[in-house]
Ligand binder design. Structure first.
Ligand code: HEC
Ligand code: HEC
Length: 139
């Protein structure tokens, strides 16, 4: 490598680097914004993120249980469509309470699991209309 070549190369590098060094420090990053939702059929944009957080807690899952990685608007995962049915189901039940308040949430049934328990642990559910089971024996 000749000296001349070296000098020229250094000059080129200096030209490339100088504008980077000359830049002002980047301004404070703005707060992270969610892109506007494109595929809402039931929730309002204001309801969306609180609902999503409550779903993950209620079912004990991460976002990708219902969502295709990197594409929240996609309906390709059947769990997302099931969740829509469940939103309607919960709204329906709540609309039947006479006081107009919300009493039933995803957590009411799910309790941190994707499959709500159908019976108490260790035994089948009593048939409908059966008398209540006897109290557990005193210890
Ligand atoms: C139990 C299933 C479920 C889980 C878990 C879940 N979501 Fe959702 N998500 C949905 C459903 C259903 C909709 C569509 C609601 C509608 O149609 O109004 C949705 C819609 C969205 C949208 C709007 C997409 C668009 O462009 O229309 C975003 C963003 C989103 N979810 C983010 C999240 C994030 C972030 C998490 C994790 C914190 C999460 N979701 C967890 C079911 C879920
Ligand atoms: C009245 C009780 C009840 C309520 C309320 C309820 N669910 Fe469910 N959910 C169930 C039952 C029962 C299943 C079926 C589980 C199975 O297949 O074993 C289920 C299944 C699901 C599944 C599918 C799970 C899987 O393994 O594929 C999703 C997703 C779901 N629920 C989301 C929700 C969301 C979100 C809410 C609140 C908006 C909600 N559920 C409210 C009872 C309920």
């Amino acid at each position: 490598m000749t000296d001349r070549y070296l000098t020229k190369s250094l000059a080129v590098i200096a030209m490339m680097v100088t504008p980077l060094l000359a830049q002002d420090p980047p301004p404070q990053a703005p707060p992270r914004q969610h892109p506007a939702p494109k595929n809402l059929k039931l929730l309002t944009p204001a309801e969306l993120m609180p609902a999503m957080r409550s779903f993950t807690t209620a079912l004990g899952v991460k976002c990708n249980f219902c969502h295709v990685e990197g594409n929240f608007a996609s309906d390709d995962k059947p769990e997302k469509e099931t969740a829509r049915h469940m939103i309607t189901l919960a709204r329906d039940v709540n609309s039947k309470f006479p006081d107009g308040k919300m009493h039933v949430t995803c957590y009411t049934c799910h309790r941190g699991s994707t499959e709500p328990a159908m019976a108490p642990e260790g035994g089948p559910a009593p048939p409908a209309g059966a008398p209540p089971p006897p109290p557990p024996p005193a210890q």
